[in-house]
Design a protein around this ligand. Structure first.
Ligand code: ZN
Length: 341
């Protein structure tokens, strides 16, 4: 009951990449970099286990940024031709690689990383891949010039990858779709269809993560424009409730999402974001437990997976670890209250 997990990323050790920075450059290269990523994955696995997290992940130690890890393995995308474009409906600008030809997956992208991670933990393992809409929104496309078409192409490539990762023993595969909270009409028009294509034939647990982004200034400023109640989920939750995705990861802690919207996800397991990643203050277990209890008013308790709101890569390691510990302690508190194990 109430198994804990994290949305995705964790801070990287300072010897691997510059701390507290998105898209932080690597501090190692060549074989040292490959070894460094593996060592970092061991550290974050152990830290999650020691903190008491039930469904662990590699903390995205193998990738520079959550989108570009997968895309780096794809042909047709030129990383040497980065273009500065507005992303997430021009909320902020980023240097994005350019699609210059037909996209193809010449071989496995994450297989070696996942095989390594799987071999070093006995806990349930989750793996994250960017979702088709978010990938498309983080690329400069000079070839297809058609977002739904490019998204379906990526969905096909993700599906090839996901089938291989499932065979390695991954328990949960999550597609990250922060873009779903931005392009609400497109979610309905082609976003869900792209998720279904990406998960076609997959038998392990499937998940989608939809948040309001990392705790960076551009996102905090954007959130100020969203009014007293954030109701984006109200549009997309009914669509997700009707989808074939098993689990939905959402942001609830410290946000203005009306908690009763969780009731719109009937029939789904919900990774309820109970840890605020936009705030460096470490929550008390009591405060986190209160958010879990609020979710229990709207979601059957057996469908709740306490989780972080989003990735924690921009935070310091100390803050991130404190938040992991608060998450696990809070779930234990509520379990004890309801007499669950
Ligand atoms: Zn997120």
């Amino acid at each position: 009951m109430l198994p804990t997990t994290i949305a995705g990323s964790l801070p990287k050790p300072a010897w691997l990449a510059e701390p507290q920075r998105l898209w932080a450059p690597w501090r190692l290269s060549g074989a040292d970099l490959e070894r460094g990523k593996r060592d970092a994955a061991l550290v974050v696995l152990k830290e999650q286990e020691r903190a008491g997290i039930d469904i662990v992940s590699d903390g995205e130690q193998f990738r520079q940024h959550f989108v570009h890890g997968f895309v780096e393995g794809i042909e047709g995308v030129d990383f040497s031709a980065k273009k500065r474009i507005g992303i997430r409906d021009n909320r902020y600008e980023a240097d994005c690689p350019t699609v210059v030809g037909p996209v193809a997956r010449p071989g496995p992208v994450h297989t070696a990383d996942v095989r390594f991670t799987r071999a070093h933990t006995d806990r349930k393992l989750k793996f994250t891949i960017p979702g088709p809409m978010t990938i498309v929104d983080t690329l400069a496309d000079e070839y297809y010039r058609d977002r739904p078409r490019l998204a379906m192409e990526f969905a096909r490539l993700i599906n090839e990858e996901v089938r291989e990762l499932e065979a390695l023993g991954v328990d949960v595969i999550q597609l990250d779709e922060p873009a779903f909270n931005v392009y609400l009409d497109e979610v309905e028009e082609w976003g869900i269809e792209a998720l279904h294509r990406a998960f076609e034939g997959v038998r392990c647990k499937t998940a989608v993560h939809i948040c309001y982004g990392y705790g960076i200034k551009e996102n905090i400023d954007w959130k100020k424009t969203l009014g007293g109640e954030w109701r984006q989920y109200e549009r997309i939750f009914p669509l997700l409730a009707n989808s074939r995705v098993d689990q939905i990861s959402v942001e609830c802690a410290g946000s203005r999402v009306p908690i009763q919207l969780l009731g719109l996800l009937e029939g789904k397991d919900i990774m309820v974001g109970v840890i605020d990643v936009a705030n460096t203050e470490i929550e008390t277990p009591a405060a986190v437990a209160e958010t879990i209890r609020q979710a229990m008013d709207h979601v059957p308790r057996e469908r709740i997976i306490p989780c972080t709101n989003c990735g924690m890569v921009p935070l310091s390691r100390a803050v991130s670890l404190g938040k992991l510990q608060a998450l696990a302690a809070a779930a234990a508190l509520v379990r004890a209250e309801i007499g669950a194990v």
